[in-house]
Design a protein around this ligand. Structure first.
Ligand code: HEC
Ligand code: HEC
Length: 398
């Protein structure tokens, strides 16, 4: 049930008030002597008169109805204006100091940007005709199309990703402005970006990792490119976006006590949730169904891919051992594993081409964490020619 509801609700209440006034005028007229007699001789008019005067007890409800509707309209109007104009409260720029010559930061940054937080995966033009949509080589960070309702994605609008190379807008930003964007989704000019960018997850990252990411971003090859479309999110979701808290809550790596903790941290940075956890009606994650998969994505090469169940149920990765899990990722390092997909053949949106170079030790940590999830039974057919989502929507309409 995803729709743009704020405006229709408002219009509905305005409509109610108009109907109310019309009915009230009509009843006033009915009461006049000459009409009263006429009404008594007309069965239809008698029924209308009965419905409003006896059944609804119009005179008793009249004042409550008008006052009630007016109050609701005012409360709605004030709330929406507040959300629209006063939220989110823009956090101050952080005071940070980054040593751009630090080679340890640079190395960590490259690893995170390309293979864990996969910034380049979302922020680059992708080869949608190859298996798992690898980034087009040489175009890292240039920005491009991202999610689109028109293209059949279950996403409330159209979203493009900005150019994040030094030739993009962010080339003019300070490190502090970039840091604030990554952790709160607030741009240099104080505006918000849409919720498709995992800034809530990055807001929980260790500041050292965020600095590493910034150091590496500054070294990307500058590419002059701007996405060919404009990001436009449905109004209701622009409002819910403004309700997201903007206070970063960093988790420090020194707090991670064991493989499970580290795995949870990596899964958060890698936003595995994005594709493997179903969303609720307001497009936020449904934590009760965490990692149960089954989310559908349309493939430009034809057909639909469904994300896998990652919980330790037998319909998920229940009977996988650690090596099966790790080897699945490593297997895509083989140059033939990312091949051109012919029309209608199985394709995937799982970023295998980016994650395949995740360090083996990190993959083992992720596995350890996934084993601790509550198992959910949800068998998923990974690739189908027909859309499950559209089929279900059609069934619901009937
Ligand atoms: C799941 C996809 C996704 C991932 C992963 C992602 N981003 Fe984004 N990012 C977006 C989208 C979409 C926007 C644009 C939102 C908008 O314009 O409303 C965005 C916006 C930005 C912006 C704002 C730039 C501008 O000019 O306004 C920056 C900077 C940025 N991302 C950096 C990063 C970095 C660094 C990472 C990795 C740590 C990253 N992103 C990971 C999707 C993603
Ligand atoms: C952009 C969407 C997306 C993201 C992000 C994503 N996945 Fe996936 N994943 C999928 C889809 C779609 C499939 C099913 C198709 C396939 O197996 O390639 C899948 C399949 C898998 C499988 C194979 C399971 C099986 O039964 O064969 C594993 C394991 C997996 N994902 C783990 C992860 C982990 C761990 C992360 C985060 C580090 C992650 N995924 C992030 C979309 C995604």
């Amino acid at each position: 049930m995803k729709m743009d509801i704020a405006l229709p609700i408002l219009l509905f209440f305005v409509f109610l008030v108009i109907v109310f006034i019309l009915i009230d005028r009509m009843l006033e007229v009915f009461k006049k002597k000459q009409y009263h007699d006429a009404i008594q001789h007309d069965r239809f008019m008698r029924t209308v008169d009965w419905i409003f005067n006896s059944f609804f007890e119009w005179r008793r409800w009249k004042k409550y109805l008008l006052v009630g509707t007016t109050i609701i309209i005012m409360v709605l109007g004030i709330s929406i204006s507040f959300i629209q104009f006063a939220l989110p409260s823009v956090p101050p720029l952080p005071t940070i100091n980054i040593n751009h010559q630090d080679s340890t930061l640079l190395k960590r940054g490259k690893y995170l940007v390309e293979h864990v937080a996969i910034c380049t995966d979302c922020h680059s033009p992708r080869d949608v005709n190859s298996y798992s949509w690898p980034v087009i080589a040489g175009q890292e960070g240039a920005g491009g199309p991202f999610l689109s309702k028109k293209a059949g994605f279950d996403f409330p609008g159209e979203s493009f990703t900005p150019n994040i190379t030094p030739a993009g807008e962010i080339g003019k930003w300070t490190d502090a402005q970039l840091y604030r964007l990554l952790t709160t989704g607030i741009k240099a000019d104080g505006n918000t970006i849409n919720h498709a960018m995992p800034f809530e997850a990055f807001g929980k990252a260790d500041p050292e990792d965020l600095k590493a990411i910034i150091v590496y971003l500054r070294t990307l090859r500058p590419i002059h490119n701007s996405p060919e479309g404009k990001t436009q999110i449905d109004y209701f979701y622009q409002l819910t976006n403004r309700l997201i808290p903007r206070t970063p809550k960093p988790i420090y790596k020194t707090e991670l006590k064991n493989a499970v903790d580290s795995g949870r941290y990596l899964v958060m940075l890698a936003a595995c949730n994005d594709c493997h956890t179903p969303k609720k009606w307001d497009d936020s994650f449904d934590t009760k169904r965490a990692f149960m998969g089954g989310i559908e994505f349309p493939m430009p090469t034809g057909g639909f891919v469904h994300s896998a169940n990652l919980t330790p149920d037998e319909s998920g990765i229940g009977d996988w051992n650690e090596d099966t899990f790790v080897n699945r990722f490593l297997s895509y390092r083989d140059s033939t594993a990312i091949y051109k997909v012919s029309t209608g053949a199985a394709n995937s949106l799982m970023p295998w081409s980016a994650f395949r170079y995740m360090e083996e030790a990190d993959l083992r940590r992720i596995y350890a964490y996934l084993r601790t999830l509550p198992p959910i039974h949800n068998p998923v057919v990974k690739f189908t020619k027909e859309s499950y989502r559209l089929k279900k929507a059609r069934e619901e309409e009937r």
